[in-house]
Design a protein. Structure first.
Length: 260
């Protein structure tokens, strides 16, 4: 019997403002065990404590604080392959990122095939653990023309609600609590959330939970029942119905057909 090697660990820094592309997370779980970090002030500490095999930095439009954090983490871990995901397309940003030591820079929207190829290549590098680069500090400041304008005000105002879902999708989520975190009443929050993202808050929560369940099923290691409870479902049958509604298959069938 062939023993399957454990997956390398990918530390994914999610510093985005808008809802994440969950499909990319599902793809990454085929090749890595994935841990997430969402706080700029803990990024260096998280990288040190978790000892990852690879890094991924996700931005909407990077500002000076986020680029400085990227630089600090990679300066402390120059041996790790680091992927940068961003919606900001500028030659100055790409040049700066490569000078900082990034393994690759992908500009959203990223096709599934392109991201899959990058994840597969990075996983191979991570497993081989060969030296990638020497620290090459790019300088104290990122080029000003690499820094994006402020994020859309509507998305920025909804960020506390997105963080609430991101950190507590396995718990009982309350729309009133989300509204309060955004400094709004529930009805104003409901209208603004739908106008900003084209879906209700409840729909967003359900999509987030199903996407996390898909990631866990692909990653493996725990049972379908455990995944249901871990993603906020208290009833296995309801989880199975919702999962099939959103994916077209039952959780057990989805896991059975996942790519090895």
């Amino acid at each position: 019997m062939t023993t399957r090697q454990p997956k390398p660990l990918l530390l994914w820094f999610d510093f985005s403002f808008s809802p994440q592309d969950r499909e990319l997370r599902i793809i990454s779980a085929r090749h890595f065990h994935v841990e997430y970090s969402t706080r700029l002030d803990r990024a260096v500490e998280d990288a040190g404590q978790l000892a990852p095999d690879a890094l991924c930095f996700e931005f909407d439009r990077p500002d000076e604080a986020r680029l400085q954090t990227l630089q600090d983490v990679m300066r402390n871990h120059p041996q790790l392959p680091a992927l940068l995901l961003t919606v900001e397309h500028s030659e100055a940003l790409v040049v700066w990122a490569f000078r900082a030591g990034a393994w690759n820079v992908l500009v959203a929207p990223v096709t599934d095939a392109e991201f899959e190829a990058n994840m597969q290549a990075i996983a191979q590098v991570a497993v081989q653990r060969r030296p990638l680069r020497l620290p090459r500090p790019p300088g104290a400041d990122a080029p000003q023309n690499a820094l994006a304008a402020s994020v859309d005000e509507r998305i920025s105002r909804m960020q506390p609600a997105l963080q609430y879902v991101r950190r507590h999708y396995g718990d009982k989520l309350n729309e009133t609590e989300a509204a309060t975190r955004c400094g709004m009443g529930r009805y104003a929050f409901s209208r603004n959330f739908h106008a900003t993202f084209g879906m209700t808050f409840r729909e967003y929560v359900m999509r987030a939970r199903i996407s996390e369940a898909r990631r866990m099923l692909v990653e493996g290691g725990i049972s379908v029942t455990e995944i249901a409870f871990a993603t906020g479902f208290t009833d296995g049958s309801y989880f199975a119905r919702m999962f099939k509604r959103y994916t077209g298959s039952l959780p057990s069938a989805y896991r059975a057909r996942r790519p090895e």
